[in-house]
Design a protein around this ligand. Structure first.
Ligand SMILES: *Cc1c(COP(=O)(O)O)cnc(C)c1O
Length: 399
């Protein structure tokens, strides 16, 4: 098993039958150039030194692992640890790959970094990275999302990116993707499209995974130093899958370590209001790659929903699909109510307000901890902090 995973994807960008480049030939050429630059530039000492210096002095890495003593006592059973990605500058794991992508764009001599954003989390992380690296940044965002996500919109403006409101169609993420992509196609040689998770055409699932793998590398060392053994179970939430693959990669050859990805069951798997792509999806293509998809009979993406806006994506990273099929990772679901319970419990037992995305992982850890012994351990990737969700939760629960 050892090298097999490290050599993935294959040269065409496939993880088993998933991934690839389902895009027009001229774009394949551009993607292959990015792949070549990635292989050449990112492995150099200069790039790695610059990136790791920024991880340390700017992001605040390594993020600690924390033993959640009071949460564990409350739940009973296995001891629950948290990898504190919520303590990163900008408050989530996304800065890890946004910094890598912005630096890569700069090393490649690109003139502008482009992306879409839904709730604005990817937009803020990318605008931050571009401000730091000193490269122009343009973010496309649906008008409805702009109205809903006021704090993130203000942050992006302050950070100096160009915010393009999208007024067509649904005026949400779906049309923002199309709008940003059209702009990208005007000059793909000089522009860089920064994808926000381990999705999209090859080489992005690989690039974003590699930048995020710092999370698992640190966590493995930290956990061994502290417990003199590896965790029994890893748990992470899965939207596109970047924080999960970031944690899992360093442990993938440790056969004793069980890994669980948690998807949003939303208002229930028997409703249409969920985003349980791995659990209920079928194989198909979306946004330039093959993966499990929530799609209609014609292969069009279905509307998806989660209380955590970072998890409502109708596709999922190709490597996750492969890991599911070979059963190296199990994919489970948590619904809105379980997520909110975990959000409140972690806040009140530990003084840590988690992102609603991360609360899905916490909720699943609580569910399985009960049936495990106190000799056993669970390591949860706390992918982000919940400041962004605080107003919504107080209103929703009438606190
Ligand atoms: C965006 C986001 C996620 C979901 O993205 P992945 O690529 O699946 O990690 C999870 N947690 C937080 C805090 C996020 O902002």
């Amino acid at each position: 098993m050892a090298t097999e995973f490290l050599e993935m994807p294959d040269k065409d960008g496939y993880f088993g039958e998933y991934g690839g480049q389902i895009i027009p030939p001229p774009l394949i050429e551009i993607m292959n150039e990015i792949n070549d630059a990635y292989d050449k530039v990112v492995q150099t000492e200069a790039f790695q030194n610059e990136l790791h210096e920024l991880y340390a002095d700017y992001v605040g890495r390594p993020s600690p692992i924390y033993f959640a003593r009071r949460l564990t006592a409350h739940v009973g059973g296995a001891r629950i640890y948290l990898k504190r990605e919520d303590l990163n500058h900008t408050g989530a794991h996304k800065i890890n790959h946004c910094l890598g992508e912005a630096l890569l764009a700069k090393y490649m001599g690109k003139t502008k970094v482009l992306a879409e954003t839904g709730a604005g989390q990817h937009g803020v992380a990318l605008a931050t990275a571009c401000a730091l690296v000193g490269i122009e940044c343009e973010i496309h965002m649906g008008e409805i999302d702009i109205e809903k996500e006021h704090p993130n919109v203000t942050k992006m403006k302050i950070l100096g990116c160009t915010l393009v409101p999208v007024s067509r169609g649904t005026r949400t993420l779906k049309d923002a993707v199309d709008s940003a992509f059209e702009e990208y196609l005007k000059d793909p040689v000089n522009y860089f499209y920064a994808i926000g998770s381990v999705v999209g055409p090859h080489p992005f699932p690989k690039i974003v995974r590699d930048f995020q793998s710092i999370v698992g590398k640190e966590a493995r060392e930290q956990f061994l130093a502290r417990e003199q053994k590896l965790p029994d179970v890893l748990v992470a939430c899965v939207g596109g899958g970047s924080n999960a693959i970031g944690l899992f990669t360093a442990f993938i050859n440790d056969e004793s370590v069980k890994m669980i990805g948690v998807e949003p069951a939303g208002k229930g798997l028997n409703t249409t209001d969920h985003a349980a792509t791995m659990t209920l999806g079928s194989k198909g293509a979306i946004h330039g790659f093959k993966c499990y998809n929530l799609q209609d009979q014609e292969g069009n993406p279905l509307p998806v929903y989660s209380i955590a806006s970072g998890l409502d994506y109708p596709g999922v990273g190709p490597q996750h699909c492969y890991l599911k099929d070979i059963r190296r990772v199990e994919y489970k679901t948590i619904d809105d109510k379980e997520c909110l319970d975990a959000f409140m419990l972690l806040s009140r037992k530990e003084g840590i307000i988690p992102a609603l995305e991360s609360a899905h992982a916490v909720a699943y850890a609580m569910k399985i901890a009960k049936d495990m012994s106190s000799d056993e351990t669970i390591l949860v990737n706390l992918s982000g902090r919940g400041d962004k969700d605080a107003d919504f939760v107080t209103e929703h629960l009438s606190l």
